[in-house]
Write a protein of this length. Structure first.
Length: 169
């Protein structure tokens, strides 16, 4: 049986070889039409123009990141704010901070808080972390995390700012 399979494979490979075909003659070269360049250049725009950089709508990488100026929430130091509530468990957690002027501010991760450009880096169930960058000797920058925690339920801290809303009838 193996001998029959071998002979069959040889017969198929010989039949597949077939006869040798001679290649066809190459086609004659195509003559290109001549075009008068003086009349064509006046009517059609050039497509081989050089690239020109346009800075419109692009950020300048050499400018400082704090171009927008300070926001109203950056008038006071971070330790003068009090944390009133947090919303966690969502894609973008948020927190409510009470400023010294009794205004409530809704902040998210990445927002700037405080007059030293503190950035909200973490919002947890009972606290938020604002990280300020402090300059040290020889130009080193040190991140300093500042934690603002929720007041415990029994404390009377900032009770004068609480607004009681009567239930709807």
């Amino acid at each position: 049986m193996p001998r029959i399979l071998t002979l069959f494979a040889i017969a198929i490979s010989v039949a597949a070889c077939g006869t040798r075909h001679t290649p066809a003659a190459p086609p004659p070269p195509v003559r290109l039409a001549t075009v008068d360049l003086t009349s064509a250049s006046q009517s059609a725009p050039r497509t081989d123009a050089l690239y020109v950089y346009s800075p419109v709508g692009k950020r300048d990488p050499f400018m400082t990141a704090h171009l927008g100026g300070t926001t109203p929430i950056q008038q006071w130091p971070v330790d003068q704010f009090s944390l009133k509530g947090t919303v966690t468990g969502t894609a973008s957690p948020s927190a409510v901070l009470l400023a010294p002027d009794s205004r409530a501010w809704l902040v998210r991760i990445g927002d700037y808080v405080g007059n030293n450009w503190g950035k909200v880096t973490s919002i947890e169930r009972d606290q938020i972390v604002v990280t300020e960058t402090i300059g040290g000797p020889q130009g080193y920058l040190y991140p300093q995390p500042i934690k603002l925690s929720l007041a415990s339920p029994g404390s009377t801290e900032h009770q004068d700012h609480v607004i009681d809303v009567p239930p709807r009838k």
